[in-house]
Design a protein. Sequence first.
Length: 545
Amino acid sequence: MSTPSNTPSSDAGGSAVDVDVLIVGAGFAGIRTLYETRRLGLTARVLETGGDVGGTWYWNRYPGARTDSESWVYAFCFSQELLDEWSWSERYPGQPEVERYLRHVVDRFDLRKDMRFDTHVVSAVFDEATGTWVVTTGAGETYRATYLATGLGHSSFPYRPPFPGLDGFRGEWHQSARWPREGVDFRGKRVALIGTGATGIQLVPEIAAQAEHLTVFQRTPNWVLPARNHALDEEAWRGIRAEYDTIWQKVFAQNFALPYDSAHRVAKDVSPQEQQEILERGYRIGHFQFLFETFDDVLVDETTNELVCEFLRGKIRETVKDPVTAELLCPRYPLLAKRPPLGTLYYESFNRDNVSLVDVSRKPIVDVTPDGVRTAEADYPVDVIVFATGFDAVTGSYHTLDIVGRDGAHLRDKWQDGPRTNLGAMVDGFPNLFVVDGPHVPFANIPAVVDREVRWIGRTLAQMREDRYTVIEPTAEAVDKWTDLMAELLQGTLLAKGADVHAWFLGGNIPGKPIVAMNYHGGANNYFAALDAEIDADYPGFTRR
Ligand code: N01
């Protein structure tokens, strides 16, 4: 076992450490954490499995991959200079542009020198004698650090297609979350696409434009909202920059950390005709604005939700010419019981002669044969299979490394019935472990959530230094309370209906995974307030020594 050649930087509990903070993951969370620790004058090192920065945006390079938060807020906001100098080219940037952005950020702030790529962390063990974390990589290197910060990502542990026979398939197959860098040539090929989540619906128009034939296997239809993507020219950017302060203020004041105003009305406040006019206006604007600026009660009132659902079903029926296909594409569960994606030319793709839809809700996919996909009803011979079958989301990545806290407790055991945290940031029994953008943080615009959580971590570390503490850990009572709150908040929204439709944010997409609230559903703005309140009250939910 080799030891990295870092100069020991500080002392915790009497034992020299290689760095103050060891950060796992170089996506938005890891980059933001490295910036914060540097700002505090701490030494840090990022270890990343991938070959470069990006996290989700490094691996998910399938055609059509793009953000569905608007670019101007799908960004770091810690530096005014960075905001001033970076202009996204589109409302929703594609994967290559997001990856370029993240590379620009690490180079711009000279962060790369503290990052190690192609380095997979296999374990992190808390050494009680010295109060430090000992982190081991797949290559057998070890690092000792006072603090461990995990930015492992929500969508980073792909759900391996569960179908028997895959190894005997004679064609080629690809999984969206592990897309080959050289791309895939679909020209002249018969292609099967399995999965119609946010990923699948982005892939459909791209594959359809190339393939000889595309067969889409759908188990549950999705509510695909119109993205209305467009290019951003200099004039658009002048407008955004003139308003940037207000835009970010709105982000931090909104439930989903998006720069939208509340509608200030519920559906029953207005006449049926006005309801339709409001929905039409919202639909023309598109994006999640359609959800948040039409009626304030879409997420909580079943009648309003169904009103909006029926409006959307009307749009699907208007768009898709074949009525049987249109009905199959119409969801029958509440909007937001699954995470709705934004689409471009998704429904329109089903009007193409080379695209067909197969409903596998009642006649499931049984296996993969040497020649293609077999359902309980028929065989579909294809040349290529694309799996967009999603992720063991939010907590799945925490099973890829063994995190061992006090008394030899394994995090994966502690979380076997669902995650347990205080503020989504720390876990009792795992001192000095900061979970960055893991479970129990808001289901919201990720860079904004990361920013506020990491800001809290930074303030906490600074306060500890001032108070001469070296160890922090949440109390078991605070963890129980926060975990119970997650369940309670979920029940206050229609997102709880996700339990009926395999919603990944409840764990329902992975067979055998416990169905629990894995996120904070009380509004990102309220979560940010809870972080501040913890500091203002001098950390009542934590012990420090
Ligand atoms: O994964 P998913 P995803 N037989 O779990 C189907 C983020 N993201 O990668 O719905 C047949 O949503 C499954 O069917 P069902 C975003 O947060 C963001 O698409 O469970 N089908 C479903 O259709 C998103 O929500 C962007 O019945 C099977 C699909 O596979 C999250 O990542 C882009 C099956 C999986 O959908 C996950 O999205 C992409 C089976 N046995 C992703 N097993 C942005 O735009 C699974 N499926 C930023």
